[in-house]
Design a protein around this ligand. Sequence first.
Ligand SMILES: NC(=O)c1ccc[n+]([C@@H]2O[C@H](COP(=O)([O-])OP(=O)(O)OC[C@H]3O[C@@H](n4cnc5c(N)ncnc54)[C@H](O)[C@@H]3O)[C@@H](O)[C@H]2O)c1
Length: 304
Amino acid sequence: MSGICSGRVVVVTGAGRGLGRAHALAFAAEGARVVVNDLGVRLDGEPGGENPAEAVAAEIRAAGGEAVAHGGDIATSAGAASLVRTAVEAYGRLDTLVNNAGFLRDRMLVNLDEDDWDAVLRVHLKGHFLPLKHAAAYWRAEAKSGREPVGRVVNTSSGAGLLGSLGQGNYSAAKAGIVALTLVAAAELDRYGVQVNAIAPAARTRMTERTFAETMSVPATGFDAMAPENVSPLVVWLGSAASAGVSGRVFEIGGGRLSVMEGWHHGPTADKGARWGVEEVGKVALRLLGEAERPGAVYGTGTG
Ligand SMILES: NC(=O)c1ccc[n+]([C@@H]2O[C@H](COP(=O)([O-])OP(=O)(O)OC[C@H]3O[C@@H](n4cnc5c(N)ncnc54)[C@H](O)[C@@H]3O)[C@@H](O)[C@H]2O)c1
């Protein structure tokens, strides 16, 4: 198939369902050869006994595209290494990595068990770091051998990571970490020809059935704003050579709404040139807060 990703080899993690599946199909429709990763776990990360990666790879092949399935756990070094190896062994190269896999264990902080903290941090944050690390090692080797990679990484954050979300302390922390990881990776990998960006998507999947309960219904006619397929065009563009020059950025995307997040930057500042006294620093802090922009409301607080 020809298209904006013709000739490119793309890995999508967690592509057996929801957003990842939509991205994998969209990349294939734009000519990419796709490695469809999914461990097939339940919404809480427990074993699910399914092989959705193979089902999506078969769907792509049935539509005339090229895809292979990978059923490994991306939050292990062995799984992440074999994911990159699968792309290179199946198609001879890797051009784009879309980090997307994950699951939820929502609880208010007072009820959040250490296991639920660890599991969610592990799958999202480590599950981004390890594929990124193995892909980066591949691209560095390519660059050193004189081949000039046009590498692309699309990470998946969330509004929860950007503004915070009630009942999702573990998930919000992981998704905020993914934004910081994106900024560092963009700065470090630029020298190898690799761009790294992140999205904060909104779509109807099993993960959001409860969060977006009021807005989830599928309209009988017209634009289905909550369809995961609405998110994929941006991911495909970021994952293509056409997005040259765009790196270290975070986009919110859902329905027909696309927004560039303006990240942390130094706001109102005072510098005494010496150590502050406690009362004195409090006064200055309050003055600076009065001059500063207020942060967006935490999701779920009803003030957003
Ligand atoms: N749906 C939304 O509105 C929304 C909003 C913000 C962020 N996100 C993020 O988008 C991504 C996709 O979510 P979704 O809504 O499509 O959910 P989903 O549950 O439909 O899909 C996630 C997939 O990841 C797979 N997975 C989980 N752990 C894995 C592992 N260790 N290795 C490989 N695969 C694994 C699951 O089996 C599942 O198929 C997630 O990172 C999620 O946090 C989604």
